[in-house]
Ligand binder design. Structure first.
Ligand code: GDP
Length: 350
């Protein structure tokens, strides 16, 4: 009867209340990184970046690059748990008349969100007219080959022990690594991983990064990955700024949850960000008091997208952000999150 419904409403309210408290507590104690720790990590990344700039200018003055820069969650106040990683963006300059871009959906692979970069005009501008021709594979610019160029340089010809001793860090390239990563030990306890991320910025502003498609089939090897990170992060932040909302807090909680639970490691920042952005299209109340409700709703939305095997990118709906997960991974993620719906706080224990 009526009183039963009231009882269960009360119970639900109590559960929500305690989840809210639990989330705030977890945020303070586990998600948030002390300002000092972030500053030291940023300093270490900056020192390495400066060394690499000097080295590349001296050693390879004619390599067509724009200035390298650091980026990632460490620079957007979106890193969680520990300040332990950053990306070093390395923008390549391509001659406009020599290279063209083909969207993944127009190729036999049919993968929106990935692109091919095709070499043009080979008959008038033969091989080696462009510096990056050395990274051409089967008529396309190969991200793998670009990474290998940097790998040879960074892992092979830079004297990291010497630089490290000057900077008072222990620096070593991580081997093996699917991208090119430097490990910087800047304290006995603390390590920072800096990923080298070569990138192409096309005329319309589209960013492509040299991060391979995960399901490496030979024919996927030449694909460049479109990056939506700058735009999706900016949109999330702008929405929060308009209404003093809790979207970024919700994202950071979800990121920490995925970082601390091995069964959820496969979910990345971009998927979580886009799931929140899609939720924002339906749900208006992101006040701090609604944090627990929105967090639960995010978990439910993720379960729904996993069931569908599809998470559209909020900025480009044809892109499926789950396209690199195997069926088994999708099932496992879905199962873990679904099981957690009745006791979400269970995923927030450390
Ligand atoms: P976090 O690593 O989970 O804290 O998330 P970030 O927001 O820092 O994203 C870093 C990841 O996004 C890395 O795996 C990058 O390879 C990838 N990524 C894609 N596009 C970009 C980009 O434009 N900048 C950076 N820094 N990372 C990008």
């Amino acid at each position: 009867g009526g009183s039963g419904a009231t009882q269960s409403d009360l119970q639900k309210a109590r559960m929500r209340m305690s989840l809210q408290e639990h989330l705030l507590d977890f945020y303070q104690n586990n998600v948030n990184i002390p300002t000092e720790e972030q500053a030291v990590a940023r300093r270490a990344a900056l020192d390495i970046c400066a060394e690499l700039r000097v080295f590349l200018h001296a050693k390879l003055p004619d390599m067509p690059l724009r200035e390298m820069y650091l980026s990632g969650s460490l620079y957007d106040e979106l890193q969680v748990v520990t300040a332990d990683h950053a990306q070093l963006m390395v923008p390549l300059i391509l001659e406009k008349n020599l290279w063209s871009s083909i969207p993944g959906e127009d190729t036999i692979m049919n993968v929106p969100g990935f692109w091919l970069i095709r070499r043009e005009n080979l008959e008038y501008f033969p091989r080696n007219s462009s510096y990056w021709d050395r990274c051409m594979v089967g008529g396309y610019l190969s991200p793998k080959s670009v990474l290998e160029v940097f790998d040879k340089l960074v892992a092979g010809s830079i004297n990291w022990p010497a630089i490290g001793s000057v900077l008072d860090y222990i620096i070593r390239p991580v081997v093996p690594s699917e991208t090119l990563t430097l490990e910087v030990q800047y304290d006995t306890e603390r390590r920072l991983y800096v990923d080298f991320l070569p990138l192409l910025v096309m005329e319309d502003g589209t960013s492509l990064i040299a991060k391979p498609h995960r399901l490496v089939a030979e024919r996927h090897e030449n694909l460049w990955r479109q990056s939506f990170r700058v735009a999706e992060t900016a949109r999330l932040r702008a929405l929060d700024q308009e209404d003093g909302g809790c979207r970024c807090a919700c994202l950071k909680l979800a990121k920490a949850m995925c970082k601390l639970n091995p069964a959820l490691n496969r979910l990345n920042a971009s998927q979580l960000t886009n799931c929140i952005l899609l939720l924002c299209e339906k749900e208006g109340d992101w006040t701090q008091d609604a944090l627990a409700d929105r967090f639960l709703q995010l978990l439910r939305a993720l379960v729904g997208h996993l069931e569908a095997g599809r998470l559209p990118c909020a900025l480009s709906p044809k892109v499926n952000l789950f396209c690199e997960l195997t069926e088994q991974e999708v099932d496992e993620l879905g199962y873990t999150l679904y099981s957690a719906l009745s006791d979400p706080a269970g995923l927030l224990r450390t």
